[in-house]
Structures are given as C-alpha cells and as structure tokens.
Write a protein that binds this ligand. Structure first.
Ligand code: PLP
Length: 380
C-alpha cells in the first residue's frame, strides 16, 4: 500500500463522498432543467450542494457557479471579466507564482494585446502587498492573486490586496484551489470578487469545482450553451459530481480542526528531515498551509528522490505535479530565488487529515535512505 503524501496534486475522495456520488449516479439521474419529477429531484440535489459550498466559503448560494474545476473557474473568471470590457482593454496585474491555469490565461490575453504586469514574490515565496500597490496603475481593471501556493503552501495577503483593489474599483480574482479545506476561507473577510474552488483538492471528486462570483459582479459566460447556472455557465449540470462536491464541502467544514494536527505532523517531519537529510525547507518563515512542505535536498536530483521514494512505497512529487512531464525547474522556486540546481533538488510533500504519525515516521526514515543513496551515486 502506497503512503500518499501528494495531496496537493489530488486527494483520495472521502468514503462518504464516494457513497454520495454513486447513490446520486443511480438515483438522481434527471436533468436539473426539466420540470418533471426526476428533473426536480436533480435540481433539489444540485441546489443543496450549492448551499453547502456557499456555507463553506461564507457566500450566498446565488453567488456560487458550479464548474468543471479549478482550471475552468480561473479561465471563466479572468476571460469572463475581460470579455465584459470588450474593446476597452485594461491593465492586468498578477504574480509570477500563480498556477498555470492563471498564468496561461493571462499570457493568452497578453498575446491578444492586453497589458500585463507580473509581480515577483520575495525569497520566502510571499507576494508583498506593496509590490501589488506599485504595479497597479490608473488603467488596472483586474488583479489575480492566489490564496495559497500549490508548491510551497505559502499564504498570500489577499485580504490586504482586496482593500487596495476595493479603494480603486479593481476586480480581484483569487485562485483558492489549494486553500479550501486546509484553512478557513471566507469570501466576505477576504473581500474578493471572484474565487476558484476545485473538488478533488479537498477529498471531493475530480472534474467538478466552483466559481464564487460576488453579487453585482458581471462576467461574460466562458462556457456558452444553454441557460444553466442562471446563464453563467452553459451545459447540463453534472448533478452526481456536484452532490459529491457538496458532501466534500460539508466534511471540510466539520473536519477543518483536524488540520492543526496535520500542521504539527508536518512541522515535526520538517525538523527531522533538516536533521537527518540536510533538508532545506522553502517558504518556512512565511505563513503556510498546514499540510505542505517544499523540501530541497542539496546534491540530490529530485526526480531520483521521487522515484526512489516511490519504490519504497511513498508518493510525493517533484515541484508541482501539474507541471510534471516538463523538464524545466519549477517557476515558483525560481521566482523565490532558488538557483537551477536547488530547484531541481526540491520535492513537494503534502499531507492530509488522514496522514498518521507512523506514516510520517516511516517516510522520514525512507527519505534518509533514499537521499543518502542518491548522494552516494553522485559522489561515486
Ligand atoms: N489552481 C491551483 C493553485 C492548483 O493547484 C490547481 C491544480 O493543481 C488548479 C488551479 C487546477 O485545478 P483543477 O485540477 O480542478 O483544474
């Protein structure tokens, strides 16, 4: 049995989510837009899931649009906001450490002639509010900043950035995909205009997520088609997966306290890795998600460490799994000032609420063996 420590890539669906989805697949198969009985059952299940999601983030149900996941939500919020502006192109501010689901959208807009500024983070992986303030100009119409980084777990000052944006009437989009279920997320406290959520990052199903759209904010729909989701997203609603997403949201709310236990385990693991395997922890001085650890093992090629750990029965990833298959070092680690060699010697370990002390104990010992072997091979 693999010990799964790659929970920022995806999470195992909670057994109650699996049960809810499979029951919904066989029982709630109506089209939520139909007026007859099966349609009404589907509509009821969908609205109940929406209400659970809304509670999770402190929103109103009407502010939650169900999407196919984090990537679509980021596309829908950014393209949707820009399409409303039409020919009145504005300046866009984002950061160099966003997920590709934001970075590629912004690059696409740049190719179409939109003016883009990408703000750098500090060595600790944190974006300074002052850097966003300096990047904003009179022409800025959109700022996109993630709540927590997927590779380092570093939490960004989104609440402060929202104040800046509000003063100037600028739309703030926040990719909160990695934060949901790990730290409390409240859209009112954050003050964001749009926010992305992905089911499979908090023990829900894959291929389903949501976009929060603050009441009064107009977006041009990204997926055109029918009048579903109050004309905000076309396509027959995926009710069974939405039911699973709703269940995951409820569980995330009741089980959020268990993340403090995860933090203690993560911190203990880092201390031991520093001692036993000469590990350097990236972003350690910043506020971080409780489950995430970006660890550099100097002199060790990350790919060999990931493979070695896999052979020992542990799943971790080198940099970000979403960008694996590409051989360039992580853009996030480079943005934090790590040189090429350090970035290529870095792995990401991400725990979840079911990770045990015994698993972490076994992992630390395996990491010591594997990094020792990789270093010996390099030396020899
Ligand atoms: N945003 C962040 C920060 C992520 O980590 C990911 C996935 O890794 C996504 C967006 C994409 O979400 P999804 O897999 O639901 O498309």
């Amino acid at each position: 049995m693999t010990i799964f420590l790659d929970n920022n890539a995806t999470t195992r669906p909670h057994p109650e989510v699996v049960r809810a989805v499979s029951e919904a697949l066989s029982e709630i198969w109506g089209n939520a837009s139909s007026v007859h009985g099966p349609g009404r059952s589907a509509r009821q299940a969908l609205e109940s899931a929406r209400a659970s999601l809304a509670r999770l983030i402190g929103a109103e149900p009407g502010e939650v649009v169900i999407t196919s996941g984090g990537t679509e939500s980021n596309n829908a919020a950014i393209f949707g906001r820009c399409r409303v502006a039409g020919n009145q192109r504005f300046h866009i501010v984002t950061t160099t450490i966003e997920h590709p689901a934001v970075l590629s959208v912004v690059s696409d807009l740049e190719e179409q002639g939109w003016d883009v500024t990408r703000v750098e983070c500090g060595r600790d992986g944190r974006i300074a509010t002052e850097s966003i303030r300096s990047a904003i100009s009179d022409d800025t119409g959109l700022v996109a900043v993630m709540l927590a980084n997927n590779e380092t777990g570093v939490i960004q000052p989104v609440g402060e950035i929202a104040e800046l944006c509000r003063e100037r009437g600028i739309h703030l989009h926040c990719d909160a995909v990695q934060a949901i279920g790990k730290i409390p997320v409240d859209v009112e406290q954050l003050g964001v205009d749009t926010l992305s959520i992905s089911g499979h990052k908090f023990h829900g199903p894959k291929g389903i997520g949501a976009m929060y759209v603050r009441k009064g904010v107009t977006l041009s729909p990204f997926v055109l088609g029918g009048a579903q989701e109050r004309r905000r997203r076309g396509g027959t609603e995926n009710v069974p997966l939405a039911v699973g997403l709703g269940r995951a949201a409820e569980l995330a709310m009741t089980e959020i306290d268990s993340m403090e236990k995860v933090r203690a385990l993560r911190d203990q693991m880092e201390r031991r890795l520093e001692r036993s395997s000469e590990a350097v922890i990236n972003g350690q001085s910043a506020a971080r998600l409780p489950n995430t650890s970006s660890v550099t093992f100097p002199g060790c090629d990350a790919e060999s460490v990931v493979i070695g750990l896999d052979m020992e029965g542990f799943a971790v990833s080198g940099g970000s799994a979403c960008s694996s298959g590409r051989s360039e070092p992580s853009h996030v680690l480079r943005a934090m000032g790590l040189d090429d060699a350090a970035a290529r010697s870095t792995i990401r370990i991400s725990l979840c609420k079911t990770t045990t002390e015994d698993e972490i104990d076994q992992f630390v010992r395996a990491a010591e063996r594997v990094t020792g072997m990789v270093r010996e091979r390099v030396a020899g």
